[in-house]
Design a protein around this ligand. Structure first.
Ligand SMILES: C[S@@+](CC[C@H](N)C(=O)[O-])C[C@H]1O[C@@H](n2cnc3c(N)ncnc32)[C@H](O)[C@@H]1O
Length: 242
């Protein structure tokens, strides 16, 4: 695994973060050292797939990056005739994701698709996983996307939504951010790396509060939504269609 040192040198001007070749080459290390609970969320995607994948259905991994969620779901799926559709709009991510999926042996077929999820046609879905991706999607289009996801799902379907969140209470926001930055520094990032990465993500990663997430999911039609994982300012929600 190549070490992420992208923001280790001082930059006069920090450009907006993009999922390009440079990020792809260190992505595995970057996400594991930057997202508290990432390994748990990915591992539990297998458990969700085992429990909620339905026969003759599609399982979506939206914002698949290098396919970590896809691989976990692939291991968990035990129903007949399921297909995983892994989608990302970064050509560099998709190219590397295809290689990784091709080298994984399984009976569950995977379509690795280069597409913006804003334009993706989804149907017959028993599981939709969107791990740490909605936060990068235009805030004004999030409601519409959630509605389209809900409409694409089968009765009994489950959505797994994992996100970085913000807090309505300023003191809590400060506390959770502080703990998060300590977490990153304990994982080997310097103060300079943390602050430059934060600047790069400022206009790119736009978090919502947990209340906004629950309201949007309910408005989209999801009947039940549960917070099943949280670590500092990162959460994962399970949302269900009756
Ligand atoms: C933090 S990564 C997701 C990590 C991945 N789900 C995992 O669990 O390893 C966010 C991904 O979402 C993708 N992405 C962002 N906006 C997108 C969009 N509108 N359509 C498709 N993919 C998008 C990025 O290219 C990036 O690979």
């Amino acid at each position: 695994m190549k070490k992420d040192d992208i923001y280790s040198q001082y930059r006069e001007k920090v450009a907006d973060f993009v999922f390009d070749e440079k990020v792809v080459s260190v992505f595995d290390d970057m996400i594991r050292r930057s997202v508290p609970g990432y390994a748990t969320v990915i591992a539990m995607s297998k458990v969700f797939a085992e429990h909620y994948a339905q026969e003759n259905s599609n399982c979506y991994d939206l914002g698949c990056s290098l396919g970590a969620t896809t691989l976990a779901m692939r291991k968990g799926i035990n129903k007949k005739n399921c297909r995983i559709v892994a989608v990302d709009n970064s050509p560099a991510m998709i190219e590397r994701c295809r290689q990784i999926i091709d080298s994984d042996v399984s009976d569950v077929p995977v379509d690795v698709v280069l597409e913006d999820i804003a334009a993706l046609k989804m149907q017959n879905a028993s599981i939709v996983a969107m791990n740490f991706t909605l936060q990068f999607f235009s805030p004004d289009k999030r409601e519409d996307l959630l509605g389209r996801i809900y409409n694409s799902m089968l009765p009994g379907g489950a959505m797994l939504l994992s996100e970085k969140i913000k807090f309505g209470d300023d003191d809590e926001q400060d506390f959770q951010t502080d703990m998060y930055h300590h977490f990153k520094q304990l994982n080997g990032y310097t103060g300079l790396e943390v602050s430059q990465k934060r600047k790069a993500l400022e206009n790119v990663l736009v978090p919502d509060t947990i209340e906004q997430h629950f309201k949007r999911l309910k408005d989209a039609g999801f009947d039940k939504c549960y917070l099943w994982f949280r670590c500092f300012n990162f959460v994962s929600i399970a949302a269900f269609k009756k």
